[in-house]
Design a protein around this ligand. Sequence first.
Ligand code: SME
Length: 160
Amino acid sequence: MSETVSDVRGLPKPEAYAEIERQARGVLEGITDEVAVMATLSCLLHHGFGHLWTGFYRAVAPQKLQVGPYQGSLGCLEIAFGRGVCGTSAQSKRTVVVPDVHAFEGHIACDARSRSEIVVPVLSVQSDVRAVLDIDSDRLGAFDEVDARALEALVRTFLR
Ligand code: SME
């Protein structure tokens, strides 16, 4: 396999996400294992965009998220539903965009350099929360509705 992760910084976001999806389709063809898919998406998104932290927390027990495949500095190991940005997304089953993490009450700081964050729920066809995708940036306001819709589409495509 000769596919390498290409840097999508500098591209307009829609094109950047289209490129990430193209790469994911290439490398994930025939792959159904959830952990392999999560690891690959984390890698493509993390190195493509140059984020601070990119990865998944998996719903491993009722109301409990546990760290899954990720790229970046050490992540917290467990997060209860309702706690922090990840737990808020898991509980509400909605994407949460946080332009300034210091303004989000209850934000869990795993890396002091984190300034903004987006968390997207990964739902089963029955709408159960299977995981969340968490991305942290060292820039304020790094994420918006374009990221939200593109990341929701990405997890729907590869993790359902
Ligand atoms: N900031 C997250 C915790 C996970 S780490 O950032 C990797 C939160 O508030 O849920």
